[in-house]
Design a protein around this ligand. Structure first.
Ligand SMILES: [Zn+2]
Length: 734
């Protein structure tokens, strides 16, 4: 939704790649005889490694483009049931199902789109290994994933021709590559013998892990603690090792594993302080706030001097209150959205009076369960995943990282910047914490044959291509905050274009269907999406918002076709039923009206005449079909009256703006009131402010106050909250 999908500029690349793909296909099944000799491959790799390192220091941003291969499924066969294969047996463009390959890493890793390294098999043959969706360098060093001397096992290897006509093993699924321990039985014996340091007691492993913890080498520590545990230490030592490993798991964001290591939920008769603390921490990050509160209460009662525990308890209680009541300190949220970068806010999701139901034609949808008023909070959802891209070009170019471009040759769809990163972010999140995966995977209802197996060899199976397909229909583009966007619009700072570079997944909001005449709107405060009603709703009414903002010129049918549904709202019905001649007439009148609006001394009379003519082209009233083509000109008419000092007409004209947008109202000076809400556009804040000022001039103070309240309600819908309203509009006096 409203995300940057413009890949036309990379058209040439796409065409080249398609040719490559065809050429590669023609070599399917071939065992290449022209593999580079190991020394040559090694030398070339190390040269480009040095070249890359030089580029990284130059602080320049690079476009890292990559091509998504035809979808293939991750390996779901346990390693024990796979058969070995060697490099000289690999066939091009083939998924070697039922096979595995063991490689010793020969080079340091190199980051491109993904991580590259050279690996050798037991024969001494060498192959380029290309691993996608691995964590970014600032989260996990590439040398921690592959480095010289490490031994890795690739399941069901996929051997292919690369864009640079090299041969490589491509690993798209995180679960398809396993790092082997030094004493793993899958390691060829000739490699085993060279490894001197194999312990048969757990203590040396534990000591090594403890030392890694001190150096903050969390992944390394996890491996050694695991090795220690596998050697079967006595129960009291086992408990300590697991507790330590829990901390390393917390540091690497593996909350499921951390929780399991603490002994939760039983903890035993005398729970250790650290075990309770770490369990509460894991639960908090898994967003299980009430359970986190329960553990922290026990901790606080048993160890009252633990100040950090007291702090964490209060923090967890706040989150629990947020998710139960929908009461947030919105000013604090706005401050955080402004200062935390990327804007991952630490707040809970509130699901208001809404529930999911099947709809007749549009699949699932959300419906309100009780009466709500315009501006009421329906949902305040924390992103499942967010890929942050700075909004302004100057911030982007200030060394804020390379831009990734992913192109799917099958669908000819591109994922640019944030979206390409989002696939990796989601894959990592689900791989590290399988318990949260269903929130995302349940969104997919297409025909991609996803594997039903979610674990193999004790590890989660994460299908990258299923993520890509699920994302395509559920991703939202987002500003870093709707307030910042609104302020920029107020200062007439034009946005470069109307698409956002940051994007994310909000699973609850994903269930909301589109309607051009919607009943709700979304706004963003950092990575929190706020959904508020745009009109009064009755139980059973559907919650809908815009995927794309309707515009009088746009053909919504085309704009929405990517989502695979046809909007049947009154606006779209009208567009369908209106004859071509009438549409032509409207366009002509609209052009004449725009010309009048832009004239140096616009005449309200001429404009009103044209507006009347436009009105006459409609068969139905504006409360059914809002007048997107002339409400704005009507607002200008109101301003012209105000400039002439005719406040009576200014007020009446502004009321007409509301009517054109589908509102029903009492437009008398003393009794000004909205009976039914219409389309809530950002500009309505100004319109209501204008009406308020006009009513003050007309000495209708009570009505002016009402208009001011309506402006505040629109602000709440557009920005997400109204606690910052006075500050944003402090120059406007009522
Ligand atoms: Zn529509």
């Amino acid at each position: 939704m409203d995300v940057d999908t413009d890949i036309d500029k990379h058209f040439q690349q796409l065409q080249d790649q398609k040719r490559m793909l065809l050429m590669a296909k023609s070599r399917k099944g071939e065992v290449p005889r022209d593999r580079k000799p190991p020394q040559v491959a090694y030398h070339q790799f190390m040269m480009s490694h040095m070249f890359r390192a030089g580029l990284a220091q130059s602080n320049e941003n690079m476009i890292r483009s990559a091509f998504v291969p035809p979808a293939y499924q991750p390996c779901t066969t346990p390693i024990m049931k796979l058969q070995p294969i060697k490099i000289n047996q690999l066939q091009l463009e083939t998924h070697h199902r039922g096979r595995y390959i063991v490689l010793k890493v020969m080079t340091p890793p190199m980051r491109m789109t993904g991580i590259l390294a050279l690996g050798a098999d037991a024969n001494g043959d060498i192959v380029l290994l290309h691993m996608y969706n691995q964590e970014e360098e600032n989260v996990r060093e590439a040398t921690d994933i592959v480095d010289v001397g490490m031994i890795v096992l690739v399941k069901e290897p996929y051997y292919k021709l690369t864009a640079s006509k090299d041969y490589a093993l491509r690993v798209d699924h995180l679960s398809d590559m396993v790092r082997l321990n030094e004493d793993d039985t899958m390691i060829p014996p000739q490699w085993m013998s060279r490894i001197s340091e194999i312990h048969d007691s757990f203590e040396p492993h534990k000591a090594k892990a403890d030392a890694s913890m001190k150096k903050e080498k969390w992944w390394k520590a996890i491996r050694d603690y695991t090795a220690a545990i596998e050697l079967g230490p006595p129960p009291d030592r086992l408990e300590i090792i697991k507790r330590n490993r829990a901390l390393a798991y917390l540091k690497t964001k593996q909350y499921d594993a951390a929780l399991a290591d603490t002994g939760w939920p039983g903890f035993g008769p005398q729970p250790a302080e650290k075990a309770l603390f770490r369990a509460a921490e894991a639960l908090y990050h898994l967003r299980r706030f009430s359970e986190s509160v329960a553990v922290l209460e026990t901790l606080h009662a048993t160890f009252p001097d633990n100040a950090q525990a007291t702090f964490n308890l209060e923090r967890a209680q706040k989150r629990h209150t947020e998710e139960e009541t929908g009461c947030y300190d919105f000013k604090a949220l706005q401050r955080e959205a402004e200062h935390i970068c990327p804007p991952h806010l630490d707040h809970a999701t509130y699901i208001g009076p809404i529930k999911m139901k099947e709809t007749a034609y549009k699949g699932r949808g959300l419906f309100v369960t009780k009466r709500v008023k315009a501006g009421d909070l329906l949902l305040c959802e924390k992103a499942f995943a967010l890929a942050y891209v700075p909004e302004r070009d100057e911030e982007r170019s200030a060394g804020n990282g390379d831009i990734t471009l992913l192109i799917n040759i099958e669908t000819e769809k591109g994922f640019m910047g944030g979206q390409a990163d989002l696939i990796r972010i989601i894959a990592q999140k689900m791989y590290l914490n399988p318990s949260v995966a269903p929130a995302f995977t349940s969104l997919y209802h297409g025909d991609y044959g996803a594997t039903p197996i979610t674990f193999v060899d004790g590890n989660p199976v994460v299908d990258t291509f299923l993520i890509e397909r699920t994302m395509a229909l559920n991703v939202f583009g987002c500003p870093n905050s709707s307030l910042a966007t609104h302020k920029r619009a107020m200062n007439n700072e034009s946005m470069v274009d109307n698409v956002y570079h940051s994007c994310g997944i909000w699973p609850q909001a994903s269930l909301i269907n589109h309607s051009c005449t919607c009943s709700a709107r979304r706004s963003f405060i950092g990575d929190m999406m706020v959904v508020r009603a745009t009109r009064d709703l009755e139980p059973g009414d559907e919650v809908t918002f815009w995927y794309q903002i309707p515009h009088f010129k746009a053909n919504m049918r085309d704009k929405l076709k990517g989502w695979g549904f046809v909007c049947d709202c009154a606006l779209c019905q009208d567009a369908k039923q209106t004859k071509a001649t009438v549409k032509k007439e409207r366009t002509k009148l609209r052009a004449a009206l725009t010309e009048k609006c832009n004239s140096p001394v616009p005449s309200h009379k001429a404009m009103e005449r044209l507006i009347d003519k436009l009105e006459a082209t409609y068969a139905v009233s504006p409360d059914l079909v809002p007048r997107l083509g002339h409400w704005d000109a009507q607002m200008q008419v109101a301003r012209i009256y105000a400039a002439k000092g005719n406040m009576d007409q200014a007020f009446k004209s502004a009321c007409k703006v509301l009517v054109f947008l589908g509102f029903s109202l009492d437009d008398s000076k003393k009794g000004f009131e909205i009976k039914k809400w219409g389309m809530v556009l950002d500009y309505l804040i100004d319109a209501f402010m204008f009406i308020g000022s006009a009513l003050i001039e007309l000495k209708a103070l009570a009505s002016a106050k009402k208009a001011y309240q309506y402006a505040k309600t629109v602000y709440r819908i557009v920005v997400g909250e109204d606690e910052t309203f006075e500050k944003t509009y402090e120059d406007h006096v009522f």
